[in-house]
Design a protein. Structure first.
Length: 215
């Protein structure tokens, strides 16, 4: 899945909602913000991550908060994680623009994106700017979720990529005073639907708006 949108418009909230549906999830989370991902475990180096996943067969949500240089080893572990947990597992890569460019995803990260899905686990690639995402994640995405996009180029890129009308993408709003954020969910070639993130008593709540529109 490809998840895009300007900062503080609910990308992480939506991904967390999806991860909570899984028995086990693994998050690349260099920000290490304890208020964002409600992880059961946080590993700060590759050795600790490997030991944790080797000893706990039902780890819940695991966040890795090491360094960018750990990306290759992390992805190798993530592939094994996907093999073990299959459809009961998910992998989220937060801020992919830090670890990849806008071309083909290379190395073990590219291998994770290209072959991880065949192991059954869901994979979420998250970034602020759609145009900064690597082409491999875009090409393999079975679902797009995006909120307000920051530039005209990003909005046009998303319209061209998904088939969602540019006019609808231009309408997406983010109201920080009322804590209401518009989103769009899209399955390329099939449908798109508008949704909205609201905060009720401090809890994030997503609701769909209208019906699915065929593409």
């Amino acid at each position: 899945m490809q998840v895009c949108g300007v900062t503080r418009t609910g990308k992480g909230k939506w991904v967390i909602e999806q991860l909570r549906k899984k028995r086990a999830s693994l998050v690349w989370d260099l920000k290490a913000d304890s208020t964002e991902y409600p992880c059961n475990w946080r590993a700060r180096n590759i050795r600790a991550l490997a030991q944790l996943l080797a000893t706990d067969k039902n780890p819940g949500m695991v966040c890795f908060s090491g360094a960018e240089r750990d990306i290759s080893e992390f992805c190798n572990i993530a592939l094994l994680f996907a093999e073990i947990h299959g459809i009961n597992g998910a992998i989220a890569m937060d801020e992919t623009s830090d670890i990849t460019g806008s071309g083909k995803a290379l190395g073990s990260y590219g291998k994770l994106i290209r072959t991880g899905l065949s192991r059954g686990a869901d994979i979420y690639g998250m970034c602020q700017r759609a145009a900064e995402s690597d082409k491999t994640t875009i090409a393999n995405a079975s679902l797009f979720h995006f909120s307000k996009l920051g530039t005209p180029a990003d909005r046009k890129f998303m319209a061209d990529t998904t088939g969602v009308p540019l006019a609808e993408i231009e309408k997406l709003r983010s109201d920080f005073e009322k804590n209401i954020f518009d989103c769009i969910d899209c399955e390329p070639g099939h449908w798109w639907q508008k949704s909205q993130l609201q905060f009720r008593n401090g809890k994030a709540v997503f609701k769909t708006i209208g019906t699915k529109t065929a593409l």
